[in-house]
Design a protein around this ligand. Structure first.
Ligand code: F3S
Length: 112
């Protein structure tokens, strides 16, 4: 299991979750933040602090937001736009800093 950030985060990106995460596994993109599934320790600390309730467990993601499970993972497993290597599991978001980029899907995302 892992926690996933969904559509409600896009263009809000409050970042309360980033401050709360004891594993430092929530990475900041341009339009939203992404939970690294390889680093998430499933503690649930992030879930209640998001003011727009964007965070759920992978299992509880609504069917219409299933793509966000893929996109949270893709942010780390595929090279982001303008980069040649995937981010992978760098071991902490604070040291990496805001990435300023999203997956191509999120770059072009418009809420239904
Ligand atoms: Fe986004 Fe909510 Fe975190 S808006 S950055 S998931 S606190």
């Amino acid at each position: 299991m892992t926690f996933v950030i969904g559509a409600a985060c896009v263009d809000v990106m409050d970042r309360a979750c980033v401050d709360e995460c004891p594993a430092d596994c929530i990475y900041v993109g341009e339009r939203m933040a992404y939970i690294n599934p390889a680093e998430c320790i499933d503690c649930s600390a992030c879930e209640p602090v998001c003011p727009v309730e964007a965070i759920t467990t992978e299992e509880d993601v609504a069917p219409e937001e299933a793509v966000f499970v893929t996109e949270n993972a893709r942010f780390f497993t595929e090279a982001l736009p303008g980069r040649t290597e995937p981010l992978g599991a760098p071991g902490g978001a604070a040291a990496v800093g805001p990435l300023g980029v999203d997956t191509p899907f999120i770059q072009n995302y418009t809420a239904p």
